[in-house]
Design a protein around this ligand. Structure first.
Ligand SMILES: Cc1cc2nc3c(=O)[nH]c(=O)nc-3n(C[C@H](O)[C@H](O)[C@H](O)COP(=O)(O)OP(=O)(O)OC[C@H]3O[C@@H](n4cnc5c(N)ncnc54)[C@H](O)[C@@H]3O)c2cc1C
Length: 476
């Protein structure tokens, strides 16, 4: 049996190409306090940690099963010699942002390790509207067309408000031509995100289930340590760079952790959605309900195949701790009140399980996006439109750009902050104007009289249907 010499500060490293099974053998226990989420409390629950000695002996046994021997520990933690698994680039979170980063990294010849606390396919509370920008990115990232095929292309939208409805579906040939390139669909996130994860695996990313507790400080010339917990025990990795793509409020790295809301920044959002069967809605129209009682948010009915639909309500967080109760009241009224704008579609519908709520980090926010060996992508960077709550397109684009940037930096020598700073500049240049425009529109249109005046003004204009549909299908 071969003994692998382990240099000080590193764990046994299998030779290239990376032997995944052998790398798994070097998981090591780690304890870190959980940071409670201000909105969700602690949704992740507590994890039990195995005793360090027991896990070390397991690691030694596994190493020996893979023909390796654990000879020299790197350094001491709590009096025990830990083993640190080496990774090239670790991506925290396998949502759209993380998968996009992993695809970009793998395509650039890196070996991304994509960690997610959930096993895929996993649900993510969402409206499931994969807008035209998001779908174009997903295709660019190699998502399988077979995964998209069951979900029809959207052909328009319907807006309802207290004084009527506005049908935004192009009626003329010119309008239909305008919409031809706007391929947007409603695809459950359990399916869409899994398709992206598989796209990342196909190009060589390794996907592993683990909850990351902490990304350690920068070790010059080395990288960062990533500490967490997987189903088989603790995980301790050392990576040359880390992409943080853990979604809402991801606080795993102290030097890029989200700060409290700053002056002039938008309130946080919160939304709830449930699935219904037997919904009487056009299969190719998304419905937005903007009645005064639901402002400053909106309700939606987004159709899925076979008469199913994703139905939800989103609003801003008032900041007084009543958000969950308020949201549930809005949802109950939206889905069950016969006077609700959704009643026409839901009259004969039945709920498929309980609804799920989740917060949204609406942008733009002053947030640090890069530090030495670290990039933040997706909703962890608050890239979510404050008018629509749409964040998937931003997540995919930022993830892909993060992956490309860090791969180029590593190829050129290292991922120090100065080398990866172009990522932050490009993201700010591309996203901030859009997010600011949405924030301005959100402020104006959350006033019912202004919303009514706006709808009255655009309703009679001939291009409203085609342009309105195109705009709505491109918001995500
Ligand atoms: C109710 C609701 C409706 C929405 N509707 C839409 C919509 O219709 N269209 C749209 O474009 N956007 C919508 N959004 C916004 C959209 O869901 C997010 O912007 C998008 O999911 C962000 O993608 P992401 O990859 O950054 O994060 P996520 O999709 O949140 O993925 C993050 C991943 O990281 C994992 N993770 C988190 N922490 C850790 C950790 N410590 N260790 C390991 N893994 C971790 C999570 O398990 C998750 O898989 C909606 C949001 C909500 C709440």
């Amino acid at each position: 049996m071969a003994a692998v010499a382990v240099p000080r500060g590193w764990a046994a490293r299998p030779s290239s190409p990376p032997n995944v099974a052998a790398r798994r053998a070097f998981a090591w226990p780690f304890r870190a306090p959980l940071t409670p989420d201000p909105v969700l409390g602690n949704p992740r629950g507590r994890t039990r940690h195995a005793a360090p000695e027991a896990v070390r002996s397991l690691a030694v046994q596994r190493a020996s099963r893979h023909g390796l021997s654990l000879t020299a520990p790197s350094r001491t933690v709590g009096g025990v010699d830990p083993c640190v698994e080496q990774a090239d680039v670790v991506v925290v979170g396998a949502g759209p942002a993380g998968s996009a980063a992993a695809v970009a990294l793998a395509r650039a010849g890196r070996q991304p390790l994509l960690l997610d606390r959930a096993a895929f396919p996993r649900d993510k509370p969402c409206g499931d509207l994969i807008g035209a920008r998001a779908l174009a990115w997903a295709r660019r990232l190699g998502v399988d067309e077979l995964d998209l095929a069951p979900y029809p292309r959207l052909a328009g939208a319907v807006l309802t408000a207290d004084d009527g409805r506005l049908d935004l579906a192009p009626m003329t040939h010119l309008g239909r031509v305008l919409l031809r390139r706007s391929d947007a669909r409603v695809i459950p996130r359990a399916t869409f995100d899994h398709a992206l994860v598989r796209a990342a695996e196909r190009v060589g990313a390794e996907v592993r289930q683990a909850t990351v507790r902490e990304v350690g400080p920068w070790l010059p010339g080395v990288g960062r340590e990533v500490l967490g917990q997987g189903p088989e025990g603790a995980v301790r990795l050392r990576a040359r760079a880390v992409v943080v793509a853990g979604g809402y409020g991801c606080r795993v790295a102290a030097d890029v952790a989200p700060s409290p809301r700053g002056d002039g920044e938008p309130a946080r959002g919160i939304a709830i959605r449930g699935y219904f069967a037997g919904v009487d809605a056009a299969p190719d129209r998304i419905v937005f309900c903007l009645d005064a009682w639901v402002l400053p948010g909106y309700g939606w009915v987004f159709p899925l195949p076979d008469g199913r639909a994703n139905v939800g309500v989103g609003t801003l967080v008032p900041g007084d701790g009543t958000e969950r109760e308020h949201l549930r009241e809005l949802y109950a009224r939206f889905t069950t009140d016969p006077a609700s704008p959704a009643a026409a579609w839901l009259e004969r519908a039945t709920a498929l399980g309980p609804p799920r709520a989740w917060p949204l980090d609406l942008g733009p926010r002053r947030r640090r996006l890069v530090a030495d060996g670290l990039l933040v992508a997706g909703e962890a960077g608050a890239f979510v439109g404050p008018l629509t709550g749409a964040g998937i397109a931003f997540a995919l684009e930022s993830g892909a750009r993060a992956g490309t940037t860090v791969a180029a930096a590593l190829a050129a020598g290292g991922a120090e902050a100065a080398t990866i700073a172009p990522y932050a500049r490009a993201i700010r240049r591309r996203f901030d104007p859009w997010l600011r425009a949405e924030a301005a529109a959100q402020r104006r249109l959350s006033d019912p009289s202004r919303l009514r005046a706006f709808l009255d003004r655009v309703r009679p204009l001939p291009p409203t249907a085609a342009l309105g549909a195109r705009l709505l299908l491109h918001l995500g």
